[in-house]
Design a protein around this ligand. Structure first.
Ligand code: SF4
Ligand code: SF4
Length: 366
């Protein structure tokens, strides 16, 4: 099969194809690359053609398909590229998705579905740590608040009826507190067999994982991103050893400081400025049948409940109902600011990591 590669990572995609898909019946050969938006690039000797030349070759049958490269930082542009390809009736499109450099996937798109590259899912709202300023408000939730398994399956199925997906990340709270995490992964694999799956964890429970679960995670190609908080320092080598032993792809994310989230001063933030600095650009959350702009907006309702006397009430969350038959028509609106953005800081602030078992209303706005 002769393919064209499109996007900023032509070299990476070609290596991926060589390593993972080359031979063995997966006969993909890169014929040329194209840049639909932006400057043409010639990489590693791959011929670069303009978009219309690509279309001519595709229609003449000398190119069979196109692979669009994407990542969490490039989702907006890759969605545009896919849209433009579909507009021109290109129907053999795959997406190579790089998930935080720790996992990746190649998924073939369904022409009729909306391409939504990546979602995050809070498997559990509570956590075994209580970090001051946690962006998921986990210290305000209990360790018993799970995403119900049946609801999870129903929601994901409903999502898949309308959307193609490249990657999913389990977040929390602490996802490894979920004893039957393998059942959630089974459901994902049933609905989206080849997407990249990653678990964002504080790592403290990795040494307790059973060999069976570790083997399972390795087999299902599930990766870990581990928040490297100061108390983790002494267990890092042990965790590294365990995960290497089971060939589980992982990376440590240095996390000595936390970001101030909520605006402290009176008045409201400019939502576009807050959005620009918040770092939640790609983190859409699927939660109980609803799709949210970011974890902060999805999980902040507990703040008002816990702190009725806080100086400022947070607004209602903004969400899209995935059971609405036309929900994909509204999805792009979630790239825009939501009401909650006005309550987030518009100048970056940081503070040292602290475990704070009894947070107060100020713990997010230091
Ligand atoms: S480890 Fe800390 S930051 Fe992460 S979910 Fe738990 S409380 Fe929040
Ligand atoms: S509410 Fe808006 S500004 Fe705040 S974290 Fe979410 S997307 Fe960013």
């Amino acid at each position: 099969m002769k393919i064209t590669v499109c996007g900023s990572k032509i070299g990476t995609v070609s290596k991926f194809i060589d390593k993972k898909l080359g031979g063995g019946g997966n006969n993909l050969q890169i014929d040329c690359s194209t840049q639909i938006f932006g400057n043409p690039l010639k990489i590693d000797g791959i011929d670069n053609v303009d978009f219309f030349e690509f279309l001519r070759r595709y229609r003449a049958g000398s190119i069979d398909a196109i692979i669009v490269s994407s990542s969490v930082g490039e989702m907006k542009i890759s969605k545009e590229i896919v849209r433009k390809l579909k507009l021109n009736r290109v129907d053999k499109i795959a997406v190579y998705f790089d998930l935080f450099f720790v996992n990746n996937s190649l998924t073939w798109l369904d022409f009729e579905k909306y391409f939504f590259p990546y979602i995050e899912i809070n498997l559990i709202d509570g956590c075994n740590l209580s970090c001051k300023g946690c962006s998921h408000f986990a210290p305000l939730y209990s360790k018993e608040e799970f995403y119900n398994l049946e609801t999870f399956e129903r929601d994901l199925k409903q999502f898949s009826r309308k959307c193609d997906l490249s990657a999913i990340r389990f977040v929390g709270g602490e996802p490894l507190l979920v004893k039957n995490i393998d059942e959630y992964i089974n459901i994902v694999r049933k609905i989206f067999p080849v997407i990249a799956i990653d678990i964002l964890t504080n790592g403290t429970l990795i040494p307790n994982l059973t060999p069976d679960l570790l083997k399972y995670l390795s087999r299902e190609n599930v990766s870990f991103c581990i928040s490297d908080y100061p108390p983790m320092e002494k267990s890092k080598d042990q965790i590294d050893k365990i995960l290497n032993e089971y060939s589980i792809s992982h990376q440590f994310i240095p996390k000595g400081t936390f970001r101030t989230i909520l605006r402290k001063e009176s008045g409201l933030s400019d939502p576009l400025t807050a959005l620009k600095i918040c770092g939640c650009k790609g983190s859409k959350i699927l939660r109980n049948g609803k799709l949210y702009r970011c974890p902060i907006d999805a999980l902040q309702p507990r703040y008002n409940e816990k702190f009725p006397d806080a100086p400022r009430k947070l607004p209602n969350s903004t969400w899209i109902d995935v059971y609405n038959p036309n929900f994909t028509e509204m999805i792009d609106l979630l790239d825009e600011p939501v009401e909650m953005c006005q309550y987030c800081v518009e100048t970056p602030g940081q503070f040292e990591w602290r475990n704070l078992p009894n947070p107060n209303s100020e713990s997010w706005s230091v």
